[in-house]
Design a protein around this ligand. Structure first.
Ligand code: CMP
Length: 138
């Protein structure tokens, strides 16, 4: 039981074979994987996913990067899922990420930062619905 958050393992971490390491860290702290798929975003789909950042200076590069290779999308369930997952991944900029966090271990830069995590319950629902139909969730 609990509520949900949404994550993507980003192209750099997938390309470097960190799917297993990251998924292990996620399960070890008590998240249950409700849905999971490896897929590749087109530039158009990546642009839509990150539409909230449209006006930011890094938007164009972010969209190119996120469509540059396959990603792994997941819906995760746990009590306090959104906040606890953000603690597990650490700060957006890996230079600021705490010891023991996913980004400390796997992120390469502020852009290629290994994983995405939803910032609110509302966005967790929107982002999960972006990737998964009802019959893909267990
Ligand atoms: P994410 O949590 O997926 O949400 C937005 C993404 O934009 C962020 O992780 C980074 O990968 C990327 N990004 C690139 N530059 C910046 C920046 N200066 N500030 C915040 N996010 C950035």
């Amino acid at each position: 039981a609990g509520n949900i958050t949404f994550t993507m393992i980003k192209p750099d971490a997938v390309a470097e074979n960190h799917i297993g390491g990251i998924t292990q860290m996620i399960e070890e702290v008590g998240f249950r994987i409700v849905a999971m798929k490896k897929t590749k975003l087109s530039e158009e789909r990546a642009g839509k996913f990150y539409e909230v950042h449209k006006e930011r200076p890094f938007y164009g590069d972010l969209v190119k990067y996120m469509s540059s290779g396959p990603i792994v999308a997941m819906i995760l369930e746990k009590d306090n899922a959104v906040e606890d997952f953000r603690k597990l991944i650490g700060a957006t900029n890996p230079a600021d990420a705490a010891e023991g966090t996913i980004r400390k271990k796997y992120a390469k830069s502020i852009e290629a930062n290994a994983v995405h995590g939803s910032d609110s319950d509302e966005n967790a629902k929107i982002e999960g619905d972006f990737f998964f139909a009802a019959d893909e969730r267990f």
